[in-house]
Write a protein that binds this ligand. Structure first.
Ligand SMILES: [Zn+2]
Length: 324
């Protein structure tokens, strides 16, 4: 595993009692934790992400989470920080330009964390790459040498395990499967490309699709992917169709990855994966239709082992590696 962003030579080395501070910054929540070398999280902090177009507000919430972690008595055992962020990002410079946080453009996130915490070793990693590291270390991809780990949530991200190692690419963005086009004539995604996987499979796009096909949430409830999943389980045709389209787009993306890289396993995490069979059943069916070459048939699809903590634990894997 490479170390994406290390601002200075680490001053501290890991011991049995060492902790790392980790952040997971997404479109819905900003989480922080202190993590030990066994992947336990003795200290946590959680905030809702403010309006993503207000960069200063997002920065302020990250600051709050870090302040809460720093106030804990365990802080003196912290030797490094790992920051998992929604992408894209640029690991050599430690900056982020998230599609779903438009208020942050080339935002110097690693430097901000280093300044706030006083830690010299701050590692920045794409949230889906972090999830891949967590799943490969202790989760559903453990023991697998070639796997794609996807996070299907507000957006759709991915990280790759190839030849037994998490591969993140020169700028930390390898595996960005949500922004592969699966529809040449499709609507433009938030990234500008027509017909991205994310345009079909992210939570907000599942909701959009279901609403446009006539599904309506129950009175006084918000239209969410969880609500669409419940409606699909109850047999609502518009909800079922929205999940089927999401599953087909994910299947096309997984099949493309299997064809390019011979992955044998796809791990699906993120909030949308909690839909369960209404997502996984059509996904496995569609995947069979897209994987017709002998080296792609039989690609397995499994739910992620880590739910909300994948980014925090994966960032810890990178942070510990930086001071190993
Ligand atoms: Zn896109």
């Amino acid at each position: 595993m490479t170390q994406p962003t290390i601002l200075a030579a680490p001053r501290a080395r890991a011991s049995a009692t060492s902790l790392v501070a980790t952040l997971d910054i997404g479109g819905t929540k900003i989480a922080g934790a202190l993590v030990d070398a066994d992947g336990r999280l003795p200290v946590r902090s959680l905030r809702r992400t403010p309006d993503g177009s207000d960069g200063a507000a997002v920065t302020a919430v990250v600051q709050e989470v870090l302040d809460e972690l720093r106030a804990r008595p365990e802080w003196h055992r912290v030797i490094a920080a790992g920051v998992s962020s929604t992408g894209p990002l640029d690991t050599p410079t430690g900056t982020v330009t998230p599609v779903n946080l438009p208020g942050w453009r080339d935002f110097p996130l690693a430097r901000m964390v280093a300044k706030t915490t006083g830690l010299s070793s701050v590692v920045l990693v794409n949230d889906a790459v972090a999830a891949a590291a967590a799943e490969h270390w202790r989760g559903a991809a453990r023991g697998h040498d070639n796997a794609l780990c996807m996070v299907v949530s507000t957006g759709v991200g991915g990280g790759l395990v190839l030849a037994g190692r998490v591969r993140e690419g020169p700028t930390g963005n390898a595996g960005h499967i949500g922004h592969i086009s699966v529809d040449l004539d499709g609507d433009a995604c938030r990234c500008g490309t027509p017909g991205c996987v994310e345009r079909f499979a992210s939570g907000p796009n599942i909701v959009r699709q279901a609403l446009s096909a006539g599904w309506r949430p129950a009175e006084r409830t918000r239209p969410t992917a969880v609500a669409v999943a419940a409606a699909a389980r109850a047999g609502d045709p518009a909800a079922l169709d929205a999940f089927d389209r999401a599953a087909r787009a994910l299947a096309a993306g997984i099949a493309a990855t299997a064809t390019l890289l011979e992955i044998r396993l796809a791990v699906i995490g993120g909030g949308v994966s909690a839909a369960g069979a209404v997502l996984f059943d059509p996904l496995r069916t569609h995947l069979r239709a897209f994987t017709t070459l002998h080296f792609t048939t039989g690609v397995e699809v499994v739910p992620a082992a880590f739910r909300a903590d994948a980014g925090l634990i994966g960032a810890a894997v990178f942070a510990f590696a930086a001071v190993a």
